[in-house]
Design a protein around this ligand. Structure first.
Ligand code: TYM
Length: 361
């Protein structure tokens, strides 16, 4: 007699779905968004919001905006403007949580906890603080304490929702590093609690300004900044007159082909896979062998951007603006609720860990 067949194995339990990652980033409401904000940050926001394995929280850093702004009317206007920019960049408000930092009071509670784990010396060494303080000193003004503790509030933004991924431009990497250190410090003191965030899963970029100095940004002035909301014609007018004579522009890296700032933009486009035909080789070759004039190079950079994303951004902006402020307010209201529901328990848990009593019953 043959042996009875072995008992059937129980059906295999389906593998648990991997936990979605949490991405978080904020943008200050300090005016119109520019190419640096897009290539450094909101482009990644859009890509992350399309992913099934990532839950996104993108906010307006209204409290951080107060460190450099004192015009209440402008701030109120620009809050909605940032949200329009998110959506124009391709963030899907149905998938991503879009919120206002001010609507999450727990972030300030966490900021206090974290400030008690930070030395003044550490803050004094932050590049952002040193730069801002020196710039203000040149104008004969003193820096406020909000600017000094800026990185602590930013760390609270990041740790509050237990973010895994923090998409930011290169200028913000030191702040994200600081948030990581604070998570480790807290965990060391009070037991493993906070997730230690990582950066975005690719290298952060720094978009140079169109004129002689530094990175593109509001503080570099209007001439150096390519605004996303402008028409193609306005953008071309600005790029066309941007200085490219290597004798006049500050060399970013002496001897490097990236010696004019447009070259720097080509380089970023190539880095992000937006530039066809190898990008920088085209620029280097054309430039060093005088095959192309600067105007050709500039036009090419603008056209790559126009085809790659600028036109689409303008179209999405027009569509979202046509829906009116009521729609934007609704997106923010709903986002505030969802963000708070995520952040509040994490912060209360951290406070309990630190020995505070959050519920007296
Ligand atoms: P803000 O408003 O200064 O900048 C917003 C985002 O744009 C990026 N960015 C650039 N990237 C590349 N090249 C440039 N020229 C350029 N200019 C701006 C910035 O790196 C940033 O990602 N402190 C943050 C706001 C913030 C935040 C946070 C970010 C508050 N809390 C928590 C992440 C997580 C800031 O720089 O905003």
């Amino acid at each position: 007699m043959s042996a009875p067949p072995p008992p059937a194995l129980p059906p295999e339990a389906p593998a648990p779905a991997p936990k979605p990652k949490v991405a978080l980033s904020l943008i200050r409401a300090t005016g119109r968004t520019h190419l640096g904000n897009y290539l450094g940050a909101t482009r990644s926001f859009a890509q992350l919001s399309a992913r099934e394995d990532v839950r996104c929280y993108f906010g307006v850093a209204t409290l951080h905006s107060l460190t450099t702004l004192s015009d209440p009317r402008a701030l109120k206007r620009d809050i909605r403007g940032v949200v329009v920019d998110f959506i124009a960049a391709g963030v899907d408000p149905e998938r991503a949580v879009i919120f206002d930092q001010t609507a999450i009071p727990e972030t300030l509670q966490l900021s206090w906890l974290l400030s008690c784990l930070t030395t003044a010396g550490r803050l004094e060494r932050m590049h952002h603080w040193k730069e801002k303080k020196d710039k203000l000193a040149e104008l004969g003004q003193a820096a406020n304490v909000g600017l000094f503790t800026y990185p602590i509030l930013m760390a609270a933004d990041i740790l509050g929702p237990a973010a895994d991924l923090v998409p930011v431009g290169e200028d913000q990497l030191q702040h994200v590093e600081f948030a990581r250190d604070l998570a480790l410090r807290f965990n060391h003191l009070y037991g493993d609690y906070f997730r230690v965030p990582t950066f975005l899963e690719r290298e952060a970029v720094r978009v140079p300004g169109l004129s002689a100095s530094g990175k593109m940004g509001k503080s570099e002035g209007d001439k150096a900044t390519l605004y996303l909301g402008d028409s193609y014609e306005a953008q071309w007018k600005k790029i066309k007159v941007a200085p490219t004579d290597p004798a006049r522009v500050r060399l970013q890296d002496a001897g490097h082909p990236d010696r004019c700032n447009i070259g720097g933009i080509h380089k970023v486009l190539t880095h992000l896979g937006l530039h066809e035909e190898g990008g920088m080789e085209w620029v280097t070759d054309g430039c060093t062998q005088a095959k192309w004039g600067c105007a050709v190079c500039k036009k090419r950079a603008l056209d790559v951007m126009e085809e790659g994303f600028l036109r689409e951004i303008r179209e999405r902006r027009a569509a979202v603006e046509a829906r009116g402020d009521g729609y934007i307010d609704e997106v923010i209201r709903e986002g505030n609720e969802r963000a708070r529901a995520r952040i509040q328990p994490v912060v209360l848990g951290a406070m309990e860990r630190a020995g505070l009593i959050t519920r007296w019953v």
